[in-house]
Design a protein around this ligand. Structure first.
Ligand SMILES: Cc1cc2nc3c(=O)[nH]c(=O)nc-3n(C[C@H](O)[C@H](O)[C@H](O)COP(=O)(O)OP(=O)(O)OC[C@H]3O[C@@H](n4cnc5c(N)ncnc54)[C@H](O)[C@@H]3O)c2cc1C
Length: 491
C-alpha cells in the first residue's frame, strides 16, 4: 500500500478544531462525571487538584477528563502562555526532540503537534520544518489547553498542603496576594524538572556574591554581558544554549568549563526508546531500575550537535575539558578560577549544572516532606546495580513511588495521606521510567496516573456506588415485550 501526501486540513485551525470535537464525539468523550459530590462544612471538595499547567499538568488534566473526573482544576503560578521553560528560561532556538513525536496528544491524531502545525501553517511548511521552534511548541500547548477546554487557573501558587480532620487535603494557594484554601481528595504535583527541589549550583559557585553568577534557569540579563568575559560551567544542552546566547549578545569571550575529559556523545535512553521501555520500566526489579538509570546518568545526555555548533561557530568561544573548578575567588572586580589546568579570570559565571531533588527547598511540601520515602530510605544498590561505581545522589534522593505515582511513607502509619499526593514530575523517573516529563511518553504517564486516581476514588466511594447499584431501578424492559406461558403439555 502507498500513502499519498495527506491533504491540507480544510478550514485551517477552525477546521481542525471541528475535527477534534468530532473525534471526541465519536469516542463519546469526555465520559460523564461519576464521582459523588463531596462537601465538608458546606464547602465544595475538588476530586483532584493538579499543580502545574505545563505539558505534564495539561496532559494529566486531559486524561482526568477522559475518565470522567471533571471536578478537577489545574493551578499554575505562571501567567497563561508562560508555563514551563519554553518561553522563559529555555535558550535554545528549537526543541531538542524530533518534530514527529506525538507527545501530549492522548492518542488522538487531531491533537498532535503535526495536525496543529499543518492546520496553522500548511503541509508544505510541515515538510520544510526541521526542529520545532520553542515558541511554536508553547503556542501548540496553549492551543491544546484551549481546544480541550482544560480547567487551568494561572497566577496561583501552592504554598502549603495539610490534611483536615474530615480526611481531605487542604491546599493553601495564593493569587495576587490573596490567600485561599482549596479542599481536594487527590493532589498531583506536575511541577516540572525541578519539581521536588530546585536548580543545582555547585557550592563553590553558590558561595560567590550573587553579582557574579546565575544558574542557567535564572533570568539573565544577556545585554549586560556585552563585551564582558563569561564562563559557562557544564557540558549539557543548557550549557550550550546559554553560551550561545551570551555570544550572540556580544560577550567578549565565552569559556566553557567542563569537568569531563570529553563531551557526552551518545544519548543512551533515547537510543533504546521503545514501547517496551515506556511500559516495561516500571515492572523492573529495583536493582535493575537503578542499573538502567545509573548507566544513563553516568553517560549523561549529549547536547544536540546544532547547539554545540551554535557555540563553536564563534571565534571567541573556548572549550576547556578535564577542567573541574577547585576554588574561586573575587579579585579586582573579577572572578578568578583555580583549576588543575591553571588559573583564569572572568566577569560572570553561568552555572548550567542542572537540577536536584531537595524537599527542603519546596516550602509547599514542608508538612509531608519528613514522611516521604526516598529510594535511599529503602534500597541499597549492589556493585552490580551501579556500573558507575558510586551511589548517585540523584537516584538516592528520588522519591520511592507507588503504582499511581503516589508518595509512600518512610515509616508506615506516620502520614497515611501521602497516598493522595502524586508526584507526576521528573523525579518520578527512577520509579516509573521516563513518562512524567519529556515529550515522548507524557501521554502514557498521564494515562497511568489518571487510571490510578480513577480506581482509588471508585474504591474509596464503594459504599455510595453500591447504594446506587441497589437503588438503581430504571427498567429497560416495560413488561409488555413478553408474557408468561404454561409449560407445553407432554405428548
Ligand atoms: C531548557 C530546557 C529545554 C528542554 N527541552 C526539551 C525538549 O526539547 N524535549 C523534551 O521532551 N523535553 C525538554 N525539556 C524537558 C522539559 O522540562 C519537559 O519536557 C517539559 O517542560 C515538562 O513539562 P512539565 O509539565 O513536567 O514541567 P514544566 O513545563 O516545567 O511545568 C511545570 C509547571 O509547574 C508550575 N509550578 C511549579 N511549582 C508550582 C507551585 N508551587 N504552584 C503553582 N505552580 C507551580 C510551574 O510554574 C510550571 O509552569 C527541556 C527542559 C529544559 C529545562
Amino acid at each position: 500500500m502507498t500513502f499519498s501526501q495527506p491533504p491540507e486540513i480544510p478550514g485551517g485551525l477552525a477546521g481542525l478544531e471541528s475535527r477534534v470535537r468530532q473525534d471526541l464525539a465519536w469516542l463519546d468523550l469526555p465520559t460523564r462525571s461519576w464521582v459523588p459530590e463531596r462537601c465538608v462544612d458546606g464547602r465544595h471538595v475538588l476530586d483532584v487538584v493538579v499543580i502545574g499547567g505545563g505539558m505534564a499538568g495539561l496532559t494529566a488534566s486531559g486524561y482526568l477528563r477522559r475518565y470522567g473526573l471533571l471536578n478537577h482544576v489545574v493551578l499554575d503560578q505562571a501567567q497563561a502562555g508562560q508555563e514551563g521553560p519554553w518561553v522563559t528560561y529555555a535558550r535554545m532556538t528549537t526543541l531538542r526532540s524530533p518534530k514527529t513525536l506525538s507527545g501530549p496528544c492522548m492518542g488522538l491524531p487531531s491533537l498532535t503537534f503535526r495536525a496543529w502545525y499543518e492546520a496553522r501553517f500548511g503541509v508544505v511548511a510541515w515538510d520544510g520544518l526541521d526542529k520545532i521552534p520553542r515558541e511554536t511548541w508553547m503556542a501548540y500547548l496553549e492551543w491544546l489547553r484551549h481546544v480541550l477546554d482544560l480547567p487551568v487557573r494561572n497566577g496561583v501558587t501552592l504554598t502549603n498542603v495539610t490534611r483536615t480532620a474530615d480526611g481531605v487535603l487542604a491546599l493553601t494557594v495564593v493569587q495576587d496576594g490573596v490567600t485561599e484554601t482549596l479542599l481536594c481528595r487527590h493532589l498531583v504535583l506536575a511541577t516540572g524538572r525541578d519539581g521536588l527541589g530546585g536548580s543545582y549550583v555547585p557550592p563553590v559557585i553558590a558561595a560567590l556574591p550573587r553579582d557574579y553568577w546565575r544558574h542557567s534557569a535564572d533570568p539573565i540579563d544577556f545585554e549586560a554581558l556585552k563585551n564582558r568575559r563569561v564562563v559557562v560551567v557544564g557540558a549539557g544542552a543548557s550549557a550550550m544554549d546559554n553560551a550561545a546566547t551570551a555570544l550572540e549578545a556580544g560577550a567578549a569571550r565565552v569559556d566553557m568549563i567542563i569537568r569531563r575529559d570529553t563531551l557526552p556523545a551518545v544519548n543512551k535512553f533515547t537510543g533504546i526508546g521503545s514501547m517496551g521501555v515506556v511500559q516495561g520500566f516500571v515492572g523492573l526489579p529495583d536493582g535493575w531500575k537503578w542499573r538502567f538509570m545509573d548507566t544513563v546518568l553516568d553517560a549523561q545526555t549529549p547536547p544536540p550537535r546544532p547547539s554545540v555548533l551554535r557555540v563553536s561557530s564563534h571565534p571567541n568561544a573556548f572549550f576547556h575539558l578535564s577542567c573541574p573548578i577547585d576554588r574561586l575567588e573575587v579579585a579586582a572586580n573579577a572572578v578568578r578560577l583555580h583549576t588543575p589546568r591553571g588559573v583564569m579570570e572572568t566577569d560572570f559565571i553561568i552555572a548550567a549544572t542542572g537540577f536536584c531533588s531537595d524537599l527542603s527547598r519546596r516550602p509547599e511540601l514542608a508538612a509531608m516532606a519528613p514522611h516521604i520515602r526516598l529510594w535511599k530510605d529503602r534500597f541499597t544498590p549492589t556493585a552490580q546495580d551501579m556500573p558507575s561505581g558510586h551511589v548517585s545522589a540523584e537516584l538516592a534522593t528520588s522519591p520511592d513511588l507507588g503504582p499511581g505515582f503516589e508518595f509512600l511513607e518512610k515509616v508506615p502509619g506516620s502520614c497515611p495521606w501521602l497516598k493522595y499526593v502524586h508526584c507526576f514530575c521528573f523525579p518520578a523517573t527512577l520509579s516509573h521510567g521516563k513518562v512524567s516529563g519529556d515529550i515522548p511518553a507524557i501521554s502514557d504517564g498521564a494515562e497511568r496516573l489518571a487510571r490510578h486516581i480513577t480506581r482509588a476514588l471508585f474504591v474509596e466511594d464503594r459504599e455510595t456506588h453500591y447504594a446506587n447499584l441497589v437503588a438503581f431501578d430504571t427498567p429497560e424492559l416495560r413488561g409488555d415485550e413478553w408474557h408468561d406461558t404454561p409449560l407445553p403439555a407432554i405428548g
